[in-house]
Design a protein around this ligand. Structure first.
Ligand SMILES: [Zn+2]
Length: 136
């Protein structure tokens, strides 16, 4: 198929190393080297049919889950603080331990709040204070 972006190249099934893609909240998720994406051999534009999108999305989802686990493991609290954090974030008891072992895949909001607490432990005190106050 001719490329309708540059009108110079051909769109061909392409595999490559070093590709990156946004997937959900994660920008620059590594794209598997062996994942075939129809790409213009002149300008690099990707031409993705609905069937391609489904296949690519499924492949990226696998990488995405591994990435979420890696990111949450990097910011998990010390086990001695786990009970308190689970309580403050409304998580079931032992949830953080299940993230540590990879038996659970965290949500993006949970990874984000754990990262904030990791970067700035006082965030947890602010969360506690927020829960102590009435809503209005
Ligand atoms: Zn092109």
């Amino acid at each position: 198929m001719k490329c309708y972006a540059c009108f110079e190249g051909e769109v061909v099934p392409t595999t490559a190393a070093g590709r990156r893609s946004r997937h959900k909240a994660i920008q620059n998720l590594p794209v598997p080297d062996d994942l075939v994406i129809p790409t213009c051999n002149h300008c690099g534009e990707q031409w993705i049919s609905p069937a391609d999108a489904k296949r690519i999305d499924a492949a990226l989802e696998v990488v995405y889950r591994q990435e979420l686990l890696a990111r949450v493991r990097a910011v998990l609290p010390d086990p001695k603080d786990a009970d308190r954090i689970e309580r403050d974030l409304g998580l079931s008891r032992g949830y953080l331990s299940r993230l540590r072992t990879g038996r659970k895949i965290p949500s993006e909001p949970l990874v984000a709040i754990l990262a904030l607490i990791h970067q700035q432990p006082s965030v947890l005190k602010r969360v506690e204070a927020m829960w102590e106050r009435p809503a209005a």
